[in-house]
Ligand binder design. Structure first.
Ligand code: CA
Length: 227
């Protein structure tokens, strides 16, 4: 089990309670919200492992919550609703729901669908030690070496480097970096990545003025050189 909770967005207190009891019995920690607005706030604040989302919410349609979450939230979202119209199901799946369960549901089946959704989004970690020229990063031990000597990085510098290394060769936008490292509340603070990339370059690059590892993609973001 992970430490991150599962978020239940559901306005019916009886169903919320049933979900909470079932999830906790299966070892998950649980957060809940009774409205669309509270659900979006809880998701942004707590970065849940998975979201169970009702469609019939008092202040907005759950389909709107789904679309709003999918602008930044990448973990699984399972719709749990009384609505059984095919058009509703198709719309939810097309807008980023991982699964769709119609009430009344069987709790055993829901737990199996949660396990399946969590498995399918677990990235393959690959080998934990990655080398890029004279730089070595051990993602399991969270250590970094340059020319064999340990480097001291702050926790933010390390988080940023690990994000680059896991996405080596891919262009990471400023927005993506902000969301991953600082959270969705920091979108717009584009100076953060620039400052921390500058610090990181001083520590890992042979010549920070001519970076060979963290490459600038002008106006877009950064790309870490492939090993
Ligand atoms: Ca409802």
């Amino acid at each position: 089990m992970t430490d991150a909770p599962i978020l239940i967005i559901e306005d019916d207190p009886a169903i919320r309670k049933l979900l909470e009891i079932s999830l906790e019995a299966n070892g998950y920690s649980v957060l809940h919200a009774a409205t669309a607005k509270a659900g979006k706030i809880e998701a942004a604040m707590h970065q849940p492992e998975l979201v169970l989302l009702d469609l019939g919410l008092p202040d907005a349609d759950g389909q709107e919550v789904l679309s709003a979450l999918r602008e930044w939230y990448t973990r699984p979202i399972i719709i749990v609703t009384a609505r059984d119209a095919e058009a509703e199901i198709i719309r939810a799946l097309d807008h980023g729901a991982n699964d769709y369960l119609i009430k009344p549901f069987r709790t055993g089946e829901l737990m199996a669908r949660i396990r399946s959704a969590l498995r399918s989004t677990q990235p393959d970690p690959g080998p934990s030690v990655k080398t890029f020229g004279n730089l070595g990063i051990d993602l399991a031990a969270r250590t970094v070496k340059k020319d064999g000597d340990p480097l001291k990085l702050t926790s933010t510098e390390y988080a940023l480097l690990a994000l680059f290394v896991k996405n080596a060769g891919k262009v990471l936008t400023h927005q993506f970096i902000l969301r991953e490292i600082w959270g969705p509340g920091y979108i717009g603070h584009s100076e953060y990545p620039r400052v921390f990339v500058g610090q990181l370059r001083k520590k890992i690059e042979d010549d920070p003025n001519y970076p060979k590892l963290i490459l600038t993609e002008s106006g877009v973001g950064y790309r870490f050189a492939e090993s």
